[in-house]
Design a protein around this ligand. Structure first.
Ligand SMILES: [Ca+2]
Ligand SMILES: [Ca+2]
Ligand SMILES: [Ca+2]
Length: 213
């Protein structure tokens, strides 16, 4: 199996040796099209963490690079994409929150690997994987817990989009904070959503909807 994989990699790398060539060399060839190629590291990472084939990843990358020739999505173009999804809605706040799910290494851009991972998890991942991603939306300061302030902020910002009631934050918090320590851990979050608790499930399903449009 490993040997087969290596062979496939070798065949494919024949056409994509950019990673071992100096950047200047690549640009010399053609300035008008993108010189960015998918790195072997990113390819291997996506292959080992998803069920997407190398061929499919390569195809997706070509589409990605056509739309984003510099190989990454800026916050500005992400906002434009969100606006196209939600015409007429105020997507500024939504964009900020959804962004945290994608920009895993927190460098201010969404690269191809980050994009593929989120899209894959949200469409083909297990419910636990989906919820781990969604947990990141709620965990504003990325400390692994959701406190009251964070829950209030997220439900307030997203409610405008979903037309939810005012007590939503409080209701979700009550449902999720099982040990009553005033914070929601990732485990509590996932457990509440999976055990079909009313408000938690309703709200997280709406967030999942954003990705399946
Ligand atoms: Ca990033
Ligand atoms: Ca937090
Ligand atoms: Ca708790």
């Amino acid at each position: 199996m490993t040997m087969l994989k290596d062979t496939t990699t070798k065949i494919q790398s024949k056409h994509s040796k950019s990673s071992i060539l100096p950047k200047g060399w690549m640009k010399k060839k053609d300035d008008t099209t993108s010189s960015i190629q998918l790195s072997q590291e990113d390819m291997d990472y996506i292959v080992s963490n998803t069920a997407i084939s190398r061929e499919n990843i390569e195809q997706q990358f070509q589409v990605f690079i056509t739309n984003h020739p510099d190989g990454k999505i800026s916050k500005k173009s992400f906002k434009t994409m969100m606006k196209a999804c939600y015409p007429g809605a105020n997507v500024d706040k939504l964009t900020k929150h959804i962004w945290r799910m994608y920009d895993d290494n927190n460098d201010g851009y969404i690269d191809f690997r980050e994009l593929m991972m989120v899209l894959y998890i949200m469409s083909d991942g297990t419910p636990e994987q989906n919820l781990k991603q969604i947990f990141k939306i709620f965990d504003l300061n990325s400390d692994g817990k959701i406190n009251h302030q964070e829950m209030n902020k997220i439900t307030k910002d997203l409610s405008k989009l979903f037309n939810e009631d005012k007590n939503l934050a409080e209701n979700i918090f009550k449902e999720m904070d099982e040990n009553n320590d005033g914070e929601i851990s990732e485990e509590e979050f996932i457990k509440a959503c999976l055990s079909q608790k009313k408000c938690s499930k309703k709200f997280t399903l709406k967030i999942i909807d954003i990705f399946l449009q």
